[in-house]
Design a protein around this ligand. Sequence first.
Ligand SMILES: [Zn+2]
Length: 73
Amino acid sequence: MPSRVLEVRCKNCGEIVFKYLKIGKGRLWHCWKGRIIEDHSVREGNIVKCPCGNAIGKDEGKWIKLKPFSVWY
Ligand SMILES: [Zn+2]
């Protein structure tokens, strides 16, 4: 399986929210916590946000489910 490090950036401000080890092809729907290399996100309960305030996903335990169109990579 191919793997690469993605810079997951906030669509609002362009800053890196996660550096993430992506394994396999296809779109990124959720980020497994064990594969997050750098985490710059902030939390509000189980809501995951960029420091700028843009909500990018939801913490669902083992992974963070990304909100569609909130990030680019
Ligand atoms: Zn942002």
